[in-house]
Design a protein around this ligand. Structure first.
Ligand code: MN
Length: 228
């Protein structure tokens, strides 16, 4: 073991339905992967190549914990997403083999400081501080693909204080799960423990302190957090 000069950081992990925990290496996110959301963000939803950004693994917020309203924003948005968890890595993964690399799935939220992201876009600067802040990735229980298979259709819904804010179907993904894995594996060497947030449908909007966010991906599970 290395002679660490400070205590090593804890391994980020997502609790698994039925017990155990999935250790997380990196968190990738796909941008603009539902046509209606691309339109609401002012983009052309034509099939431009997928693009990716990242959040630090320790931005994951598990167990239905409260999410502290983050600093330096007046426009905190929800983005309800299905999360793909890789159990096997690789480079240049073929679409036909991609699903064999998936360990499981979860429901997650790509929380976004929309004002910081918008400013960064306008100035041609990185999105990191709009996307990768502390507690910016609430996530529900992980479920193994062995149990649920590989969901390609089914409702993805987010309610805020009981009212539906986002509602779509996984079949509306512009880039499917196998396609996003294949594409990403040509950019970086994927590894066991990597997560991919697969993009959000239309209906993103601001939330504030006290709001209760409850999301569900049919056949996968739920995610829940209250902004405090
Ligand atoms: Mn997103």
């Amino acid at each position: 073991m290395a002679d660490y000069v400070i205590p090593p950081p804890a391994v980020a992990a997502v609790p698994v339905a039925g017990g155990g925990a999935f250790p997380v290496r990196r968190v990738f996110c796909v941008g603009r992967n539902y046509a209606e959301h691309a339109r609401e963000m002012g983009s052309d939803p034509d099939r431009e190549p997928p693009f990716f950004f990242m959040k630090p693994a320790d931005a994951l917020l598990t167990g239905g914990a409260d999410m502290p309203y983050p600093p330096q924003t007046a426009d905190l948005h929800h983005e309800m997403e299905m999360v793909v968890a890789l159990g096997k890595g690789g480079t240049d993964i073929a679409e036909a083999d991609a699903l064999a690399h998936v360990w499981g799935y979860a429901a997650g939220l790509d929380m976004t400081r929309r004002d910081l992201q918008g400013q960064a876009k306008k100035e041609g600067k990185p999105w990191d501080m709009g996307k990768g802040f502390d507690a910016s990735a609430p996530i529900g229980l992980m479920v193994p693909a062995e149990t649920i298979g590989h969901p390609a259709k089914g409702a993805i819904v987010l309610k805020v204080n009981g009212a539906v804010r986002q509602s779509a179907d996984l079949s509306h993904l512009i880039w499917s799960v196998p396609e996003m894995i294949a594409y990403l594996s040509r950019l970086v060497a994927l590894a066991p423990g990597d997560l991919i947030f697969s993009g959000t449908p239309a209906g993103v909007a601001a939330v504030g302190r006290g709001d209760l966010l409850e999301g569900e991906v049919a056949g996968v599970g739920t995610v829940r957090t209250r902004i405090v």
